[in-house]
Design a binder for this molecule. Structure first.
Ligand code: GLU
Length: 319
């Protein structure tokens, strides 16, 4: 049976294997994100028992971007319940790009992982004032990460200044009564959520909180309502990796979410989470090295949800 030392050793190997890969491009459509150092590379793993291991630039902060989406979805479910929340957002893969201006036959966004869905969710959790809504989100993520997180105001301003497409999506949602008339407040909430600064260790701890059905495994804080964890993990599995989601589910088989700043978070239910930061993206918007790291780890440890060896569900108990 593989143990924690072997897992650490394997992560080091994977890190060395992929650090010389320079494929992909840092995104520039949000101008501030174009300033990222393309060579940064960090990997962190945290188990549902709170054991952790990181390698490389795991202290390097980056904005969480779309990885905020399943977390905001969880908060909307907690605040409004399933019935109301799914009136505002579906759970069907869209088969389209994350920023597609397209709604389903009920005029809902396809799912909470695309921008339209995340904007609809942001409207549900935006709170009484712009400060209150952002503050509540930041507090919740800080609780999950186990340290005080903050917003990168330069990235937030950069998104607000250039986010015409997101603004168009928001007004389309307003047209169909998916969101209320506080459109600017909703967009402020959404841009702020995307601009939370994390490092790969924070992300892995947030993921381990999901793997540990809502409780931070280190601080034992009760962060998310366990009843809704499966809602978030389900849409991550089917819709979390942009229009690579189907292939990802087939090959890697883990609930995951990636963001355009170069983060990827993958969760092994009840066991562990893997977070990777490397800002060079492929043409679908996923971190090139991030995909490779997760694919290698899932294969080596049999982490695929439907792996016949079921090794994934056994190995962690041995750590
Ligand atoms: N803030 C980004 C946007 O709305 C998030 C995109 C992403 O990470 O997928 O374009």
């Amino acid at each position: 049976m593989k143990d924690l030392a072997a897992l650490k050793d394997y992560i080091l190997q994977v890190y060395e294997r992929h650090r010389t890969n320079h494929e992909g491009q840092v995104t520039t459509y949000i101008p501030e994100l174009g300033k990222a150092n393309p060579d940064h590379f960090g990997i962190s793993v945290v188990t549902a028992q709170g054991q952790e291991f990181s390698v490389g630039d795991s202290q390097q902060e980056f904005t969480i971007q779309s990885i905020c989406k399943p977390l905001a979805f969880l908060m909307a479910l907690e605040q409004h319940g399933r019935e109301t929340t799914i009136k505002h957002v579906g759970m069907e893969p869209s088969g389209e790009a994350f920023n597609s201006i397209n709604l389903d036959r009920l005029n809902r966004p396809f799912n909470p992982m695309v921008n339209a869905g995340a904007i609809s969710v942001a409207a549900l959790i935006k709170g009484a004032s712009p400060e209150a809504g952002v503050d509540a989100f930041l507090k919740r993520l800080s609780l999950a990460a186990g340290r005080d997180l903050r917003i990168d105001q330069a990235v937030c301003a950069s998104e607000a200044a250039t986010g015409f497409r997101n603004r168009a999506i928001a007004y389309l949602l307003r047209n169909f009564d998916m969101i209320d008339d506080q459109v600017d407040h909703t967009l402020h909430q959404y841009f702020s959520q995307c601009s939370v600064l994390v490092n790969s260790r924070d992300l892995a701890m947030i993921g381990a909180t999901l793997a540990n059905i809502g409780d931070n495994p280190e601080t034992h804080a009760e962060v998310f309502d366990m009843n809704y964890i499966k809602d978030a993990l389900s849409v991550m599995l089917t819709c979390g990796m942009y229009d690579y989601s189907g292939e990802w589910a087939y090959n890697v088989g883990l609930p995951a979410k990636s963001g355009v700043a170069g983060g990827i978070l993958a969760v092994v239910n009840r066991q562990l989470s893997i977070a990777v930061y490397s800002p060079r993206l492929d043409d679908r918007g996923n971190s090139v090295r991030g995909i490779k790291v997760c694919t290698d780890l899932a294969e080596e440890y049999g982490l695929h949800a439907f792996n016949f060896t079921n090794f994934g569900s056994n190995f962690i108990q041995a750590l």
